[in-house]
Design a protein around this ligand. Structure first.
Ligand SMILES: C[S@@+](CC[C@H](N)C(=O)[O-])C[C@H]1O[C@@H](n2cnc3c(N)ncnc32)[C@H](O)[C@@H]1O
Length: 249
């Protein structure tokens, strides 16, 4: 049975991550995509509420989104009624997605939600099979090298959106043998001093080591793997926390 981690928090996801700069991310990804040829047919897997997709769509890409969470898909469809979103686990991508894509994206640590090796190798293989010849699989991941040396056991962030304040308080516990962090998250939306919504959700997110991931991507069939620090084009350093990975079919 697959675990759906974004069930209760879907309705407030966009408020909690209101500060995230999706526009900057899509501009960066667009530069990467253009560097490897003119590619227009894009599938965003683990697309969440559809923010990246809508921006790709504005840039002229032909887009589709897939996510395991019916609640996230419901928000995505409401936000962007003209875009096609499909509710499906990415380990079963080929069941729902027919045809080939020139680019597959999987963003904001979303591949980290695929935690056991056996499922991860299925997902990488499904992405490979869904891509056109020379297609690109682009994702970001949490780099285990600096993360294990330096991480905060508690994190907190908040955003003010009009009359509302949305916050996320998280308690993190690392399982080093499983390359996994279990985060106990408390999401809260307040209007003035009144709590409008409070949600507790546990998320398991995997970190990856660049060489291990590169090996798994080659095993899935990809011919070339390139890594940069997230949102940069400089050579990857071991202490870069977030990594952009481009795997070419
Ligand atoms: C951190 S959110 C990122 C969402 C979106 N990519 C973004 O940047 O806002 C992770 C997403 O992965 C989805 N997800 C987790 N496991 C999944 C799976 N096995 N198949 C498809 N989607 C999955 C969750 O439902 C959630 O929407």
């Amino acid at each position: 049975m697959l675990k759906i981690e974004f069930k209760k928090s879907a309705s407030i996801y966009d408020m909690v991550y209101a500060k995230r700069n999706y526009k900057e991310e899509v501009n960066y990804l667009d530069v990467i995509i253009k560097k490897y040829g003119i590619k227009r047919k894009l599938l965003d897997i683990a697309c969440g509420t559809g923010k990246h997709i809508s921006l790709f769509c504005k840039k002229g890409y032909s887009v589709k989104g897939v996510d395991i969470s019916p609640d996230m898909i419901k928000v995505a469809k409401k936000n962007y009624p003209n875009i096609r979103f499909i509710c499906c686990p990415i380990e079963e991508l080929n069941r729902e997605i027919k045809g080939w894509y020139e680019v597959i994206t999987c963003l904001f640590n979303a591949l980290g939600y695929i935690t056991p090796n056996e499922v991860l190798s299925i997902v990488l293989n499904q992405a490979y099979l869904t891509l056109d010849e020379k297609g690109l699989f682009i994702f970001d991941f949490r780099n285990g090298i600096p993360y294990l040396k330096e991480h905060s056991p508690i994190t907190y962030n908040e955003n003010i959106i009009g009359k509302y304040k949305a916050s996320k308080l998280s308690f993190h516990k690392i399982d080093e043998l499983k390359d996994l962090t279990t985060s106990d998250n408390i999401f809260c939306v307040k209007k003035g001093s009144k709590i409008v919504k409070e949600i507790r959700e546990i998320h398991n997110i995997r970190h990856f080591f660049p060489l291990d991931l590169e090996y798994m991507l080659y095993k899935a069939g990809f011919k070339k793997v390139i890594m940069f620090p997230w949102l940069k084009f400089t050579p990857l350093q071991s202490n870069d926390f977030q990594v952009t990975c481009i795997a070419i079919k």
